[in-house]
Each structure stands twice: as C-alpha cells, then as structure tokens.
Design a protein around this ligand. Structure first.
Ligand code: SF4
Length: 209
C-alpha cells in the first residue's frame, strides 16, 4: 500500500498541524481554523475561512477535494458554490452521486488573491487542517478534483492524465484523481475534461454501490 505524499512541513505548518491534531471533533477544528492566520497574505485578504461542508448526518460516503476557494466561496464561506460548484452538482447527479452524502473540502481554506495558485508553503500550512479533517471523517473514498488535489495525494510529479480513471489505494483510502470542474468549464461542454470528469465520477459511483 502506498503512503500519502502531501508537501513537507515548515515551522508554521508544523504549528497548524499540531493544533489541528489536537481538535477532538469537526466543530472544534472548524472553530479554531476560522481564526487561523498562518498564511499572512491570505489571512489579510480573505472574507471567510472556507472550512468545508459536511453531510447533515456527519458521516460522509465520499469526500470531494478541490484546490482553494474562489470569489463566491470566499464571499459565502462555503466550498464549490460558484459556476464550478453548479457544474459539479450537475455532473454528480448525472453520475449517480448525491453531494449531500459527501463532504466537500479544499486543500487550502482561504482564497488566494486573484485566484492565483496557492504557494507551496500555503499548501503545506493548510495541510494540517486537511489531514485532521480526513481523519475525523474517516474518509475511505476521496475524489481529488484537479491537479493540485491529485498532487497532494500522489506527489509533486503527478500528471493528471496518467493517474485519473482508476483508484489509488493510499493509507487505507481509495483516492480517485480527476479534472477540476473549472477545467470542464474552460474547455466547454464538448471538451475532454467534462467527459473525463463525468466518466470518473461515474466510476466512483459504481465503486460505492
Ligand atoms: S490557508 Fe489554511 S493555513 Fe493558511 S491562513 Fe488560511 S486556514 Fe490558515
């Protein structure tokens, strides 16, 4: 069985990881994460720390993991609520998955200004929250949406086209890597990312049934 390969820790990341590891439950973690200032630029510019969505039952059949909040997510405090979220909801439905049964998370909980890609230190710092979230959820099936999420699990040299479409067993979890909905929007309704995302979500649904 392979092991997770998230980014290495720095001092601030170490501190986040320690605080996150001490959180006994989701609500405690969420409350502490909402006041996190480990990434000074993001903490100064965000409106919300987007901790993530849990199913009402508290038990997630699967986890959807994106990269970072965008403008709509930053404004509302919820993940995947903009155009990407709408397309994700549509494709989940077509695949036979119900978003309400899953947890929805991002690697980085605060919006990078201008929607830039999160830096490696930002990813490393926020990884402490994510690691603990995955533990608390006891997440057995994770769908990594986009290259950043795929790299978090599979390592920095990951090529999405080479790893998508099949399950990866990592630390007792099944991880699927696929396109981010924003890529499906960018390449249009007939583009390969949309078809690939739908095919991968359908495969995940099949594995859960
Ligand atoms: S991105 Fe994560 S680690 Fe950085 S300030 Fe926000 S919650 Fe903290």
């Amino acid at each position: 069985m392979a092991a997770l390969r998230p980014p290495r820790l720095d001092a601030a990341a170490d501190e986040v990881a320690g605080v996150a590891a001490a959180a006994p439950d989701w609500d405690t973690l969420a409350a502490v994460a909402r006041s996190c200032v480990a990434c000074p630029e993001l903490a100064a510019t965000r409106q919300h720390v987007v901790v993530g969505d849990l199913p009402a039952s508290g038990a997630a059949r699967f986890v959807l993991l994106g990269e970072a909040p965008g403008a709509n997510e930053d404004e509302t405090g919820r993940p995947f609520v903009g155009r990407s979220g709408a397309l994700l909801d549509q494709l989940l439905g077509e695949a036979g998955l119900d978003r309400a049964e899953g947890a929805v998370l991002n690697i980085v909980k605060c919006r990078p200004p201008g929607n830039r890609t999160p830096t490696s230190p930002e990813v490393a710092r926020c990884s402490g929250w994510l690691r603990r979230q995955l533990e608390l959820l006891d997440a057995r099936v994770v769908v990594a949406l986009g290259l950043s999420a795929a790299k978090w699990f599979l390592g920095p040299r990951t090529v999405l086209g080479q790893v998508r479409g099949r399950p990866h067993l990592l630390d007792g979890r099944t991880v699927w890597a696929t396109y981010h909905p924003s890529a499906a929007i960018r390449f249009g309704p007939k583009g390969a990312p949309r078809a690939g995302l739908l095919a991968d979500l359908t495969a995940v649904a099949g594995s859960l049934s």
